[in-house]
Design a binder for this molecule. Structure first.
Ligand code: SF4
Ligand code: SF4
Length: 352
């Protein structure tokens, strides 16, 4: 029987930051000494286009996978999903360092989004390399995940064996071809395809596009109405789709501010709430990180409108202000009396 192996992929940071490179190298050096792991290195995940070898490699992995990157795990998971590299969400025990002292029990929101489609029966774990500054916690966590993955695979094998119809042995040996292999041995796993390390590591150009968290997206279509650059569309099942991702205006995160579910992420943006930080895990304080980290006091919708107008004008078009693509709920928002959370944020703004 083939021995269980876990694929671990490290996605490098953009640029050549020496501190980040040093951590990447020490994580990889430690992981390749671990039994049962297939370790590979690819460039920055968000930048990989469909023709990049790193992307093809990721597509070839069929079993459980761990992806280490300099991205929020939510962003990394949904970038992969966007690229058709899907799986069930694997829960990591590495939490943001700031949460370690927080003994408030986390109560993740029940998912109300439309979810992904065609999700295979395997798990993808995304770990954020910004969480710890040495390799040990990552190696320890990957050991734990490898054991979890192996236990799941064994349980599956046992369940499959238990449900197999009994065969009466008539004393004749037949070698049944499996996956086209006449000797009855399993076909090579997809991860055995060869990718040269040089090709894998080819630096891709930088990209900028929205990434949708379908565990949150309710298909309300506010982003389609708001974006005037043809980025969004619908798939064959009338689900929201980032259709022309490279039409998106570099550096502009406007539509993420109007999404009522915080389902739109720009993983490369400086504000954590927009880049894919956890949402709503601890009470409501994490909900409006935009104002805590964004350094501005404008409400999100006015800011989105200003950003969209700036891009329209840069394209030689007319600014439209609030006259186009704002749902009634959004345009009313500015006049809504401030609630307790707004007042709390105002107080925090004043302190910073
Ligand atoms: S605005 Fe947000 S919730 Fe609505 S369709 Fe777009 S991504 Fe989904
Ligand atoms: S950031 Fe701007 S251009 Fe890009 S998808 Fe959103 S609204 Fe469209």
């Amino acid at each position: 029987m083939r021995r269980h192996r876990l694929t671990v992929v490290l996605s490098q940071a953009q640029g050549k930051h020496p501190g980040k490179r040093a951590l990447e190298e020490s994580v990889v050096a430690a992981l390749i000494m671990e039994p049962g792991l297939d370790v590979s290195v690819i460039p920055f995940l968000y930048d990989l286009g469909p023709d990049h070898t790193g992307r093809m490699f990721l597509e070839s992995v069929k079993g459980d996978m761990v992806v280490l990157s300099w991205l929020f795990p939510r962003a990394a998971f949904w970038i992969l999903d966007r690229d058709g590299i899907r799986g069930k969400h694997g829960e990591s025990l590495i939490k943001p360092a700031a949460d370690d002292d927080d003994d408030t029990p986390e109560t993740p929101e029940a998912s109300k989004g439309i979810g992904s489609v065609n999700v295979p029966d395997r798990h993808i774990y995304c770990l954020d390399l910004r969480e710890r500054n040495n390799h040990e916690p990552y190696v320890e966590e990957i050991r734990r995940i490898a054991a979890e993955s192996k236990a799941r695979a064994e349980a599956k094998t046992q369940a499959a064996a238990a449900s197999k119809p009994q065969v009466v042995d008539l004393g004749m040996a037949f070698l049944k071809p499996t996956n086209g292999h006449a000797n009855g041995q399993a076909a090579p796993a997809a991860t055995e395809l060869k990718f040269s390390q040089e090709e894998l590591l080819k630096t891709p150009g930088r990209r900028w596009y929205p990434v949708i968290d379908y565990s949150r997206c309710t298909n309300c279509m506010e982003c389609i109405d708001f974006c005037l650059f043809g980025v969004y569309g619908l798939d064959g099942e009338s689900r929201l789709l980032v259709e022309n991702q490279d039409n998106c205006k570099k550096g502009c995160p406007a539509c993420s501010r109007v999404c009522p579910e915080q389902a739109i992420m720009f993983p490369d943006y400086k504000t954590p709430a927009i880049a894919g930080a956890p949402v709503g895990a601890v009470g409501s304080l994490k909900i409006d990180l935009t104002r805590l980290f964004g350094g501005d006091t404008k409400d999100a919708v006015s800011q989105a409108v200003a950003e969209r107008d700036r891009e329209l004008v840069a394209d030689g078009r007319d600014a439209v202000g609030t006259t186009v693509g704002l749902a009634k709920r959004q345009s009313d928002k500015a006049e809504t009396p401030k609630d307790d959370l707004d007042n709390l944020m105002d107080a925090l703004d004043a302190e910073f």
